[in-house]
Every structure is written in structure tokens, then in C-alpha cells.
Design a binder for this molecule. Sequence first.
Ligand code: HEC
Ligand code: HEC
Ligand code: HEC
Ligand code: HEC
Ligand code: HEC
Length: 389
Amino acid sequence: MCDRLARILLLAGLALTLAGAGRDPVWTEAEQQEFLARHWRLPLAPQGRPPARFGPLETSLHPEKCGMCHPVQFGDWKESIHAGSMGPGVAGQLVELHRTAPDQARACYTCHAPLAEQPPGQPGYDASLTPEGIVCASCHVRKWQRFGPPRRDGSLVSTTPRSRLPHNGVTRTPAFLRAEFCKDCHQFPATGYALNGKLLQDTFEEWKAGPYAARNVQCQDCHMPDRRHRWRGIHDPDMVRSALAFEVARDATGVALTITNRGAGHRVPTYVTPRIVVSGELVDAANAAIAGSRRELVIGRAVTLDLERELFDTRLAPGQAVTFTYPVASEPGRTLRLRVVVEPDHFYAGFFEALLGNGAGAGAAKIREALEASRRSAFTVFERAVPLE
Ligand code: HEC
Ligand code: HEC
Ligand code: HEC
Ligand code: HEC
Ligand code: HEC
């Protein structure tokens, strides 16, 4: 009996030693930074020739092929803005840019369709991959090797030898869980285009300077909760509601609506393209608006269509609040209608309109489609009727 117990203990000890020998590799801070720099060296290098043992499913860069084995991520991704990143607004401009400014066209692909196989004229070019936008492989495949986050239990290696797993398994790194992973497409470099001393795209730095970075809340924690691949943002009413708190107060001088950025890890909005229109308007008993009574406040960073000038910047940093005041306290028979409307594509609506006016060339039909879509995307996030009797 004792002998058996000793042997079991010995075996258990041996198993522990073996597990120790195959312990997860450690990714030091320097190794993670190195990984990120290599992974996001843009423009991306071609995948090259796939390993000989790969079957047809594994040698495809098409998201629907990944989706055969990863249906949850595919289902989410398909509905996301990343999947739509080669929509008519981008594609319509590219038609003309390919002709007039090929270098500029190439630059658009680095963020909107970043695989080397997506822009025309590259080795391995696959025309059917171009309209698919930011595909799974943009973030997960380099030289046919799969990269991904640690398993949910934190482990980095699989118990099955990699050579026995589909696509030779996965190289797992905690770098996938960091805000830096999103940075190369959502942050201009320090030398990038700036207006009024502020970069045109500054989301990562806004996050880094704010309270969320300090509390170790990464982009993924808010935009990929439970590892979902939805990336909801300013186009999603529930996401915007989670960003903003609304509070109505009333006193002898009027009605005040205070809006606070309580849930976005950066400015609301972070880009120059959306705007949020706060308005107050008197309505009569039949709910008809009283002419001339409308007042507005715009939250956003307004720039001219040629991007030459910033007109104003009223975006809300994390925790920051703004108060809209309607200076009427009482008006018998009237009701004050407060409303907050989000226009996620405000800048683009004006931009596409101007582009069509100047002649969008062969891309005109697509630009017209994009203009319609940008006008349709507005929605109301808050509405309140305040009786003023
Ligand atoms: C034939 C089925 C199959 C196909 C096709 C496939 N995968 Fe996988 N993938 C797997 C399996 C099985 C695993 C689990 C490997 C392991 O246990 O380490 C996996 C793991 C992964 C992981 C790590 C997931 C985790 O659990 O943390 C990523 C990321 C990944 N695959 C990306 C892709 C991408 C991107 C594509 C398409 C370019 C793709 N896969 C195509 C079967 C597949
Ligand atoms: C550094 C990365 C980056 C580059 C390079 C880039 N974009 Fe974008 N683009 C974005 C991001 C992020 C958004 C979403 C935020 C926004 O609307 O500003 C976007 C949004 C857009 C949109 C609005 C959304 C849509 O699908 O209609 C258009 C149009 C667009 N880009 C066109 C272009 C064109 C044309 C180029 C090349 C001249 C280009 N972009 C280069 C990152 C980039
Ligand atoms: C913009 C980059 C990006 C794209 C595009 C993308 N992923 Fe991911 N993926 C990530 C990141 C980042 C994580 C880790 C997220 C986290 O843990 O917070 C991840 C995690 C995963 C995982 C692990 C999920 C889990 O539950 O452990 C799988 C599998 C995966 N991705 C497959 C895919 C597939 C398939 C597609 C395309 C349909 C895809 N990804 C598109 C960035 C991306
Ligand atoms: C390869 C470049 C690239 C990478 C990497 C990338 N994005 Fe994006 N992202 C874009 C572009 C381009 C758009 C705009 C697409 C469009 O509208 O045409 C976008 C759009 C978004 C949106 C939607 C905004 C809206 O308008 O509602 C969110 C949220 C987002 N990205 C978050 C992330 C997060 C989080 C990560 C990191 C896990 C990430 N992105 C990584 C290029 C990228
Ligand atoms: C604390 C949660 C949180 C964190 C952290 C966070 N975001 Fe957001 N993000 C939001 C919310 C909520 C919205 C919707 C409101 C808005 O548009 O600002 C949003 C909107 C966006 C948008 C839509 C465009 C726009 O003009 O607002 C993009 C793109 C985006 N986030 C990217 C990122 C990136 C990249 C990071 C990391 C550097 C990040 N976010 C970190 C919560 C977060």
C-alpha cells in the first residue's frame, strides 16, 4: 500500500516536473513591444507560400473559411465596422485615386484592407479579398502563422503538439490584450497630420492620458468584451448610451441638461467626423414646434472639408461634462423638448456631397451610395419633454 502511494507520488512529481519543463513561455515587456512592432510593420509583407501540409481551408485568407471553424468570431466580425471598412465611401474614392495618385491609394489600404494580398498589383493579389476589408488574417496571420491571445485560462501553450493542430496551432501572446495592438490604425504618429496643434487621429494618446489606462482598462475591454468581435462604437446607440450620462435640472432661470462622458476611454467623440447635436425647442399642446425657439449645442471637433482649419473643439474628455441651458423657466401651455442626436458620419456627408459636386469621376455611383448611408446613420440617444407651465 505504502509502496503504491510512494509510486503515485513519484509519478505525480514527475508529471509536475514535465509540466514545469513545458511551462508557458514568458513574454517580457520588451518581447511584447518587439512583437507589436514586427506584427504591425505596415504595409504588411505578403504571406508567401503556405506550409505544404496545409489543406485548402487552412491556406485561405478569406474570413468565411476561418469561420468554418471559428463561427462565433466570424458571425460578429461580419456585422462589424471592420468588415465594412472597404465600403462605398472608401472604394468610391479609390477608383479615382488609383488613376490620379497611386501612392495615396496605397496608403488607404494600410488601414482599410491591410493584407499585402488586398491592393491590386501586389504579388499574391486576390481581388475577391479586397472588398472584405479588415479580415481576420489582418490581425491574426503573418507568413501563414496564426497569432492570438493567451487562452482564457491564461495559458500560452496547448497540450496537443502544434503539428497535430489545424494551421499548426497558434502562437499566443498577451500583446493581443493591449491597447497598443489597436494603435497603428487608430493613432497618427507624432509627426502625422495635425490641426491647431492636435493630431487628426489621436485616440490611443487620449486613452493613455486618461483614467482608463491608469486603471489598466484596455481598448479591448470596452470594444471586445468577452472577446466578442463586434467593435461597437459611435454608430451603435447602446454603445453611445454607455458613454454618456444625462441629467436634467430646473431652476428659476431655466432648464439645464448636463451631459457627462462617463464611459468612453477617450474623447467623445474621438474623431473629427461624428458630431452630437444637443437641442432644446418649445412645442405647443399639439406637440408642434414653436418657430424660432430652437437652440443648439454641438459636441464634436469641427474641421473644414479641406481639413485646413479647425473651427471648434467641444469634445468631452473622460469624466468631463458640458451643460446645455435653455433660459426659459416658465411658459404656460408650452413644453420644452430636449433632444440629443448623434450623427456618426456628419463630416463625411458634407465631404461626399462636395466630392460629387466637384465630379467624383468613375467612383461617383459608389460615392452617391456612401452619401445616402452617411445621411441615414443619425439616431436619437436622449429625449425628454419638460412641461413649462
Ligand atoms: C480547420 C479548422 C480551422 C480553420 C479553417 C481555422 N482555424 Fe483557427 N483554430 C482551429 C483550432 C482547432 C484552434 C485551437 C488550437 C489550439 O488549441 O491551440 C484554432 C485556434 C485559433 C486561434 C486561437 C484561438 C484561441 O482559442 O485562443 C486563432 C486566433 C485562430 N485559430 C485564427 C484563425 C484564423 C484567422 C483563421 C483563418 C485565416 C483560422 N483560424 C482558420 C481551427 C481552425
Ligand atoms: C491610419 C489609418 C487610416 C488610413 C491610412 C486611412 N484611413 Fe480612412 N479611416 C480610418 C479610421 C480609423 C476610420 C474611422 C473613423 C473615422 O470615421 O474617422 C476611417 C474612416 C474612413 C471613411 C469613412 C467610413 C467609410 O467607410 O465610409 C472613409 C470614406 C475613409 N476612411 C477613406 C479613406 C481614404 C480614401 C484613405 C486614403 C486616402 C484613408 N481613409 C486612409 C483610418 C485610416
Ligand atoms: C482588428 C483585429 C482583429 C480582427 C480583424 C479579428 N480579430 Fe480575432 N482577436 C483579436 C484580438 C485583439 C483578440 C483578443 C481579444 C481579447 O482577449 O480581449 C482576438 C481573439 C480571437 C480568438 C480567441 C477567442 C477566445 O474566445 O479565446 C479567436 C478564435 C479569433 N480572435 C478569431 C478571429 C476570426 C476567425 C476573425 C475573423 C472572422 C478575427 N478573429 C478577426 C483581434 C482581431
Ligand atoms: C488594420 C487597421 C485596424 C486595426 C488593427 C484596428 N482597427 Fe479599428 N478600425 C479601422 C478602420 C479603418 C475603421 C473604420 C472603418 C470604416 O468605417 O470604414 C475602424 C473602426 C473601428 C471602430 C468603429 C468606430 C465606429 O465608427 O463606430 C472601433 C470601435 C474600432 N475600430 C476599435 C478597434 C479596436 C479596439 C482595435 C484593436 C483590438 C482595432 N480597432 C484595431 C482600422 C483598424
Ligand atoms: C472605458 C471604455 C472604452 C475604452 C477603454 C476605449 N473606448 Fe473607444 N469607445 C467607447 C465608447 C463607449 C464609445 C462610443 C462613444 C464615442 O464614440 O465616443 C467609443 C467609441 C470609439 C470609436 C468610435 C469613433 C468616435 O469618433 O468616437 C473608436 C474608433 C474607438 N472608440 C476606438 C478605441 C480605441 C482604439 C481604444 C484604445 C486606445 C478605445 N476606443 C478605448 C469606450 C471605450
